[in-house]
Design a binder for this molecule. Structure first.
Ligand code: C2E
Ligand code: MG
Ligand code: MG
Ligand code: MG
Length: 284
């Protein structure tokens, strides 16, 4: 391995060997080391209120830059961390870092903004998930009110009884709850009635062709209507074009997230983006 072309080597290694055991050994070793040395960063993607064009908060997305492997996408290492249980210490690092970054926002006068954290299924279903999460917040002097928890359909369809209890308690504590990647998981909609969710995030796969395929448009439109009838707000994910922004806004979508406004940014750049937004967008 070399630093310069770590990324290519990583792809080469994975694609050419296609041996799960080798892949696991390298990934496992590197991931354990990374957790020990806290070698992760969170990048923040703004959520923009569709009507008022104000930033209401950020989603935290974990980044891992490894000397040997180059940039490893969370889409690759999160599932692996889930399989091995490493997701628990990793999630705790992520929540702790999100608290510290929220404090940085607050220090710059953005204490009204929320940070959304992706919660993996395995972590959510730990008996002490709520306790340990609260502890991390308390240690940082943060309130649950400053955070949203993003859960997928798959996560909350598991073990419905304890899930309901946990979601109700989390909401009582002040967390906002989002259902992530909506439309890609289970077809059952019963949980939408059953669980106290604040936000429904429409998956990117619906947004991608929303302006070109009338079928996708019909589904997105129906999701928005349904969510509103259930007193949930809708966030569109993966919005890249102005045409999409305008169409979604016209359909009553509450919040927009995607490259059209910004890629996920390191916290210092996210702070700069907020300043830019205040001057350039809200000022006009
Ligand atoms: P997600 O939570 O659905 O996050 C949205 C993904 O879409 C992110 O990919 C984001 O960078 C990407 N994205 C945002 N806007 C656009 C856009 O306009 N176009 C396109 N093509 N993509 C866009 P990312 O950061 O690679 O994360 C992938 C997934 O990994 C996340 O999906 C989430 O399931 C998981 N993940 C990321 N960070 C964390 C974390 O801290 N904890 C856990 N448990 N999972 C995480
Ligand atoms: Mg998410
Ligand atoms: Mg998503
Ligand atoms: Mg996703």
């Amino acid at each position: 391995y070399s630093k310069e072309n770590g990324r290519n080597q990583f792809a080469f290694f994975f694609e050419d060997l296609k041996l799960d055991t080798h892949r696991s050994i390298v990934l496992d070793h590197e991931l354990r080391q990374a957790i020990k040395s806290k070698a992760f960063e969170l990048h923040y993607q703004p959520k923009v209120n569709a009507k008022k064009k104000i930033i209401t908060g950020f989603e935290a997305l974990v980044r891992w830059k490894n000397d040997q492997l180059g940039f490893v996408s969370p889409a690759d290492f999160i599932p692996y961390a889930e399989e091995t249980g490493l997701i628990i210490p990793l999630s705790e690092l992520i929540i702790d870092q999100a608290c510290k970054d929220w404090l940085a926002l607050e220090a710059r006068g953005y204490g009204h903004l929320t940070i959304a954290i992706n919660i993996s299924s395995l972590h959510f279903h730990q008996d002490n998930f709520i306790e340990s999460t609260l502890k991390l917040l308390e240690n940082n002097n943060c309130s649950p009110r400053s955070f949203e928890l993003e859960l997928t359909e798959r996560t909350i369809m598991n073990n419905e009884k304890t899930t309901t209890r946990k979601l109700v308690l989390l909401k009582q504590l002040g967390f906002k709850l989002s259902i992530d990647d909506f439309g890609t998981g289970y077809s059952s909609l019963s949980y939408l009635v059953q669980f106290p969710l604040n936000y429904l995030k429409i998956d990117q796969s619906f947004i991608r062709q929303v302006t070109s395929l009338s079928e996708k448009q019909a589904v997105v439109d129906a999701i928005i209507q349904m969510a509103h009838r259930l007193h949930m707000e809708v966030i569109a994910e993966g919005v890249e074009q102005l045409e999409q922004v305008e169409l979604l806004q016209g359909m009553g979508c509450d919040m927009i997230q995607g490259y059209y406004y910004s890629k996920p940014l390191p916290i210092c750049e996210a702070l700069a983006f907020l300043e830019f937004w205040k001057l350039e967008i809200e000022g006009k």
